[in-house]
Design a protein around this ligand. Structure first.
Ligand code: IPE
Ligand code: IPE
Ligand code: MG
Length: 262
């Protein structure tokens, strides 16, 4: 733990002090987040898992607020994975209910802040009432330009790639595309994230250092930030810490360091 992390953990540092360290001109333009650890947060308090998910939504609000205040144009959050369908039916039902409640409540704020809500994933697998709500909000916010909030629902990175490959194969079969026209750009046009820049920063909470099928195509050059903090405890100061950590990185994209001349 560095000096800032210790100070945040013991709440001996004010948010303003962290804010002052930030360089506003080099913030990530796109942050992707794997919000993990809700169940463990609840278990530590002998609460049902759903209590962790509820508290997780409060943490989400803090992070979205910071993103909005700092004018970060793209955020992508992992809310429910393809693999999460393998959870007990009771937890899935509670999660879907919570999602509906949350979106119903947040709808107004998306309009106030001019946020475009963009659901990504195999949405057709969602319960019909959730699918209807998600589609409505996506439709009514599609022209908003202040910020894009992509929410991965029933999302799996491999499934997304397979869906894209199938669409391309169909175009080839129909004769509207030849195989040598398939390049990275053409491929990306068939991903659900088409139009979003690749994430600059990926945050995963809860101490797990894996990707869990989240945006495998899009994160090849993303800076990864892993923290042991459980998602419900990932609040404003923790978000600022992640941003400060990001700003210490040198992104080389395969080149030599900027200070080295050839
Ligand atoms: C993340 O928290 C939320 C979802 C995956 C929906 P978890 O539910 O995975 O919490 P842990 O990992 O069991 O603590
Ligand atoms: C990843 O968390 C999915 C979401 C945060 C929605 P999981 O808890 O499902 O991932 P694993 O099972 O630990 O890899
Ligand atoms: Mg988990």
């Amino acid at each position: 733990m560095n000096e800032f992390e210790t100070a945040v953990e013991t709440r001996h540092i004010a948010e303003e002090e962290l804010r002052d360290q930030l360089e506003l001109e080099s913030l990530p333009q796109h942050i992707a987040i794997i919000m993990d650890g809700n169940g463990r947060w609840a278990a530590q308090r002998s609460l049902p898992r759903i209590a962790g998910h509820k508290e997780g939504l409060r943490a989400l609000q803090d992070v979205l607020d910071i993103g909005y205040e700092l004018n970060i144009p793209y955020l992508t959050i992992y809310a429910f994975s393809q693999e999460n369908w393998n959870r007990p039916e009771s937890e899935i039902r509670l999660l879907m209910g919570l999602l509906e409640q949350y979106l119903t409540k947040e709808r107004q704020r998306f309009h106030e802040r001019k946020v475009r809500f963009l659901p990504i994933g195999r949405l057709e697998q969602l319960p019909s009432s959730v699918l209807a709500l998600v589609s409505e909000i996506a439709d009514e916010t599609r022209h908003h330009t202040t910020q894009t909030l992509a929410v991965a629902l029933s999302y799996g990175g491999r499934a997304e790639i397979i869906d894209a490959v199938q669409q391309l194969a169909l175009e080839v079969q129909m004769g509207s595309l030849s195989p040598d026209q398939i390049d990275e750009d053409r491929f990306e046009q068939h991903l659900t994230t088409w139009g979003l820049p690749d994430p600059d920063l990926l945050i995963r909470t809860s101490g797990e250092t894996r990707i869990s099928n989240f945006l495998p195509w899009q994160i090849v050059y993303t800076e990864l930030y892993f923290t042991r903090t459980l998602w419900p405890d990932f609040r404003r100061c923790e978000t600022l810490l992640a941003l400060l950590d990001y700003q210490k990185r040198e992104r080389r994209f395969g080149r030599v360091p900027q200070t080295v001349s050839s």
